[in-house]
Design a protein around this ligand. Structure first.
Ligand code: AMP
Ligand code: GLY
Length: 426
């Protein structure tokens, strides 16, 4: 099978690594990929908004299966676009339709969906310039803290947790009247704050059947002790110690099953991953968000723990056979730690050579590249989140130590990583 994987992050390197291990994969292309995906297939320079270019690549290379990593092309309708091409009718696509991707593309859509299908979530109201004054009144009578969410995609920045009503009113005004997040904040969801601990659960579904992958917890803040600015993710662990079997059963019964059944009831075509962003409040799961893809860096611990052949899983999804699959998981724990450019998530420089990458060869760790490229035969930094190191261990701190041991042998100018990922689970 010829497979094309779209994306260029650590998630895509982990997926490329896994796909290339399958006997069912005869050739793997990654567009645009990074310096790490090169080891598992052929990188093709393409931007993900170039739908015509992607279509041409699928046709030229006679692609049998397309796997879409990030949300943006999904939310912009890549799947529907490719499905309308006659010559691509037989190509399997892992990634939902534009309508399905609304689960991530519109907070308002996702909240209404959760309400309609009785998925537990925070209570909310939604407002735009048409009912702006009602929004102000809603904030005035709301308990604290108040969560404001831009309706559309805002590169992970569109959620604000306000500690006072004044702050909430000011931010609400910025979002709606001053387009703080561009068109994404033309509409704003205002919701109650849920006080609990977060985790991520992933399902692969054909819109009717589903399988559940190992759960994970990511660390979003830049600073140790979960302080400082939000990032795309500084590390992840799997499994999650506070997600015991009873709790995970509640997640399946109260969140996953009604969500998949809801997609079917609503007639929304969906073939791909659903990412459930959950908060455990006391012993109960609440869904704070859906994403229409796998998480990053969660994938870098979830995929290494997955024993099944990933291409087989994808084929089962495209042939409505997921109900015949059982997921097999490595019982060891996994921890990934992300190395970022100094300054990230604010301004940072790129183009620094990464030294010591060869040290991974003598370890059991996996090094997944993210923002890396090859320039003049050197591997250099090309963005904020540069690479991550995933390791196994018989406990989370052991896995974390294994990742740190390798990270100490790799360097680039102003490299930064968190030293505390996973250590709260002693
Ligand atoms: P989201 O973009 O929906 O994932 O939100 C970003 C982050 O904001 C989440 O990972 C949570 O840490 C936090 N968050 C979102 N909604 C809530 C909520 N209702 N209560 C508490 N924290 C929230
Ligand atoms: N790690 C969170 C995300 O991928 O959105």
């Amino acid at each position: 099978m010829k497979i094309l994987l779209l994306g260029s992050g650590g998630r895509e390197h982990a997926l490329a690594w896994k796909l290339a291990q399958s006997n069912l994969c005869s050739q793997l292309f990654i567009a645009p990929g990074n310096a790490g995906t090169l080891r598992h297939g052929i990188n093709v320079a393409l931007t993900l908004n170039d739908f015509e270019g992607i279509k041409k690549l699928c046709l030229d290379k006679d692609i049998d299966m397309l796997v879409i990593g990030p949300e943006e092309p999904l939310v912009k309708g890549l799947v529907d676009f490719l499905q309308s091409v006659d010559a691509l009718k037989n190509m399997a696509i892992i990634g939902p339709s534009q309508q399905g991707a609304q689960l991530e593309g519109s907070k308002s859509f996702a909240k209404a969906f959760m309400l309609r299908h009785q998925v537990p979530t925070a209570s909310y109201g939604e407002f735009d310039s048409g009912n702006y004054e009602q929004g102000i009144q809603y904030i005035k009578q709301h308990s604290l803290p108040i969560v404001l969410k831009a309706d559309g995609l805002a590169a992970g920045k569109g959620v604000l947790i306000c500690q006072s009503r004044d702050e909430a009113m000011m931010e609400f005004e910025e979002m709606i009247q001053k387009s703080k997040f561009g068109d994404a904040s033309k509409k704003v969801v205002i919701e109650s704050y849920l006080d609990g601990i977060e985790l991520s659960v992933f399902a692969l579904t054909d819109g009717k059947n589903y399988v559940i992958l190992p759960e994970a917890k990511d660390y979003k803040r830049i600073g140790e002790g979960d302080k400082g600015l939000n990032t795309g993710g500084m590390g992840a662990v799997s499994p999650v110690p506070f997600a015991d079997p009873d709790f995970l059963q509640k997640v399946e019964e109260r969140v996953i099953r009604p969500t998949i059944a809801g997609l079917e009831k609503d007639g929304i075509p969906y073939l791909g991953f659903v990412f459930f962003g959950l908060i455990k409040v006391a012993q109960d799961p609440y869904c704070i968000e859906y994403n229409c893809r796998l998480g990053d860096p969660e994938t870098e611990v979830v995929i290494p723990r997955l024993k099944n052949d990933l291409v087989e899983l994808f084929i089962a999804a495209t042939t409505n056979n997921l109900n015949n699959i059982s997921i097999e998981t490595d019982q060891r724990t996994a921890c990934t730690v992300v190395a970022v450019s100094g300054g990230y998530p604010g301004d940072f420089e790129k183009g620094f050579e990464i030294l010591g990458l060869e040290n991974v060869e003598n370890t059991d760790s996996l090094l997944f590249h993210a923002a890396t490229i090859i320039k003049e035969n050197k591997t250099v930094t090309n963005g904020g989140r540069v690479f991550c190191v995933s390791s196994f261990g018989d406990s989370i701190p052991t896995a974390a130590l294994n990742s740190q041991n390798l990270l100490r042998k790799i360097s680039f100018e102003k490299m930064y990583y968190r030293n505390d990922i996973g250590f709260e689970f002693q």
